[in-house]
Unconditional design. Structure first.
Length: 62
């Protein structure tokens, strides 16, 4: 069983943030929302642990 990592854990996080922003460039608001939803579902599938995902949802709502 995994535990949610809630401390910085991403190498070169600034570059990833730039890549994420670039992925949204030129999209409509609806397309941008769809991209975010698709990304969340892909990453949730990759994590695959419902407890971790529930913890992540609670953390995101704070």
């Amino acid at each position: 069983m995994m535990a949610l990592i809630d401390t910085p854990n991403l190498a070169d996080h600034d570059a990833f943030y730039e890549e994420l922003l670039a992925a949204h460039k030129g999209l409509t608001e609806a397309e941008s929302h769809a991209l975010n939803a698709q990304l969340v579902l892909i990453l949730a599938n990759h994590i695959g642990d419902r407890k971790v995902l529930t913890e992540a949802l609670a953390l995101a709502k704070r």
